[in-house]
Design a protein around this ligand. Structure first.
Ligand code: GLN
Length: 389
């Protein structure tokens, strides 16, 4: 700690997710690291944003977002998530789902609280939490379906538990929490009077007929759940920074005040643009699912061919592999060789655990790429066979 460093950011550094993107840019490789999702944004959405800019929709919106967008989000929450909500008091449009998550954490979590996080976790969840300085407890997801031990989960709860973070479908492991698992977590939240903060940004990316269940729809959970999602992943617009939270009015009111203080409002013309996404028909989502299902298999096959043993993700667009079958001892070694000799950026697994040793033999790969890039990346991965022998 130096004189010019606040305690709340002590030890925080640039994430491996961002670091690998920078290295990849320098070396000119294919980036399967950061979940950038660099496929085209739907034309109707781009056209609507351009029209909003041309129409001078350029001033601040309400901090909770423009009325039309909140109305459309509420419609989607009712029809897709089974969670009817009031667009005026229960929806907060945010600067990305991360903006919503930061608003939730700053609104509800403080030193002395405990928060439960499932590992492997999305590093931004962990590090945003660290800024609020609770005690973070990890429950590890294990085995081929990344399940948790109910006894370990119960043991993680205490009278100081303020919240549990649930990311489903999960980044980085692709787990889709089942209704039964969510019920178990929800029952403990009720028993210990804790909140559930859920990140559901990959909610449309599901494989093998899996079902997305929103925690807030389970008995007793609506009044204690903050449901977070966003547009980045579903409509390929990660740089637009548009997401949202749905929660009881008393929660969104607090989070809105925080969001207002941090960034005033999400970008207004882009909010107008993304309204058009709600007019996309079921064929859009079917095509997206079919594309990701294909890319998932393509990436798994390339990995398996060189001994990077993969576990099929149940949802999301990430794949975790074990590096030992490819002759590596550590994630960092494997990531370096993949980057420098194969031209493929990936994320070392230790970034996703409280104890880095737990992820020391794992890597995360993101397959949300255009076909020509994914083809190139898979060719690069297959080169490992000649590099390591
Ligand atoms: N959610 C994406 C990932 O996990 C992007 C994160 C980021 O850029 N910080 O890679």
């Amino acid at each position: 700690m130096t004189r010019f460093e606040a305690e709340r950011i002590a030890g925080l550094v640039q994430s491996d997710i961002r670091l690998m993107s920078r290295r990849c840019m320098e070396l000119g490789g294919v980036n399967l690291g950061q979940g950038i999702c660099d496929q085209p944004t739907p034309d109707v959405v781009k056209a609507a944003a351009k029209a909003a800019i041309d129409g001078d929709q350029s001033i601040y919106s309400k901090f909770e977002g423009i009325d039309e967008l909140r109305r459309r989000i509420a419609g989607k929450m009712a029809s897709y998530n089974g969670l009817p909500c009031d667009p005026d008091s229960e929806v907060l449009v945010a600067a990305g789902s991360t903006g919503a998550f930061v608003a939730a954490v700053l609104s509800f979590i403080e030193p002395g609280d405990e928060v439960i996080l499932f590992s492997p976790f999305y590093g931004y969840h962990y590090n945003v939490l660290r800024m609020a300085r609770p005690e973070i407890k990890s429950v590890t997801l294990r085995g081929s379906d990344w399940s948790f031990d109910p006894a370990e989960l119960r043991a993680a709860f205490s009278s100081r538990t303020k919240a549990v973070i649930v990311n489903t479908p999960a980044n980085p492991c692709g787990k889709v929490f089942t209704r039964e698992e969510l019920q178990q977590i929800g029952a403990l939240c009720t028993e210990f009077d804790a909140l559930a903060i859920t990140d559901e940004i990959y909610e449309y990316i599901l494989y093998d007929g899996r079902e997305h269940v929103s925690m807030a729809t389970l008995p007793g959970m609506r009044e204690r759940t903050i449901t977070i999602s966003g547009f980045s992943k579903t409509y390929n617009m990660t740089g637009w920074r548009l997401g949202y939270a749905v929660a009881p009015a008393e929660f969104t009111a607090r989070m809105g005040v925080v969001a207002d203080l941090v960034y005033i409002c999400p970008p207004t013309p882009l909010q107008h643009g993304v309204v058009a996404a709600f007019d996309l028909g079921p064929d859009y989502y079917e095509q997206m699912s079919a594309d990701y299902a294909r890319k998932r298999i393509q990436t798994m096959e390339a990995c398996d061919a060189v001994g990077l043993t993969s576990l099929a993700p149940q949802g999301s667009y990430y794949l975790m592999v074990d590096v030992r079958g490819a002759g590596f001892e550590t994630d960092v070694q494997a990531a370096d060789v993949l980057m420098q000799q194969c031209g493929v950026a990936v994320i070392p697994g230790h970034s996703f655990y409280l104890d880095p040793a737990d992820g020391r033999t794992q890597l995360r790969l993101c397959f949300a790429k255009q076909d020509h890039d994914l083809d190139r990346a898979c060719d690069g991965i297959r080169k490992l066979a000649s590099v390591t022998t």
